[in-house]
Design a binder for this molecule. Structure first.
Ligand code: 5SP
Length: 225
């Protein structure tokens, strides 16, 4: 069995109690805090920035996984690194120089990753695998929580899994494969079977009455893969 990681998206948390909400999901068994940054330019919604990342940092030791849905990208990378981000991912079509942005993230001491919308081609991976620690496959179009999972994402996850495994066999480099959008207890096993190892879930966890029960149910499904 792979080492699976569950990453609740705080987009669906109670923003008036964010510190407690972060602590609560980690205490309930989650591994990573997923932090969605939207700019009302690259995506049609507006969320949170480095100040909020800095504010939640003292509330958890867990990695903070910052998903930048912003354009341009580079100017905010050092600010998020300074605010305590551990992983920073961005959309390749939002950066003028993808290789430079990936290097910038690593130079700031964070893990770096590329995010693929449902219709973004995987060819963006072609010449930058050596600078990638995570690939994030969106199983919804970015901008909002609570959308329905797009099943075609499973095929894309399988294709990325094959690329990662081949690259890892050749170089030994570890690359995580994350899926984000519409992940629930009912479909998490399908995403894992396709090859994902890291699962973002916003509404399914924060919208449930009992975080621990939901995370345990997700892990029970992952154990069947
Ligand atoms: O990045 C995004 C949306 O753009 C996601 O992280 C959502 O926040 C996931 O929410 P659910 O689909 O799990 O409710």
């Amino acid at each position: 069995m792979r080492n699976y990681r569950i990453a609740p998206s705080i987009l669906s948390a109670d923003f008036a109690r964010l510190g407690e909400e972060v602590k609560a999901v980690i205490a309930a068994g989650a591994d990573i805090i997923h932090f969605d940054v939207m700019d009302n330019h690259y995506v049609p919604n507006l969320t949170i920035g480095p100040l909020v990342c800095e504010a939640i940092r003292p509330h958890t030791q867990a990695p903070i996984d910052v998903h930048l849905m912003i354009k341009p990208v580079d100017s905010l990378v050092p600010m998020f690194a300074k605010a305590g981000a551990n992983i920073i991912t961005f959309h390749p079509e939002a950066s003028e120089h993808i290789d430079r942005t990936l290097q910038l993230i690593r130079d700031q001491g964070c893990k770096a990753g590329l995010v693929f919308n449902p219709a973004t081609p995987l060819s963006y991976l072609d010449h930058v695998m050596d600078k990638i620690d995570m690939v994030l496959i969106m199983s919804v179009n970015p901008g909002f929580g609570g959308q329905a999972f797009i099943p075609e994402a499973l095929r894309k996850i399988s294709q990325v899994r094959a690329r990662i495994d081949a690259y890892q066999a050749e170089t030994g480099q570890e690359i995580w494969l994350e899926v984000d959008g519409g992940i629930k207890t009912e479909n998490i096993a399908a995403a894992a079977k396709a090859g994902a190892d890291t699962f973002v879930a916003g509404s399914a966890i924060y919208g449930s009455g009992d975080y621990r029960t939901t995370i345990e149910a997700m892990r029970a499904q992952l154990a069947t893969v």
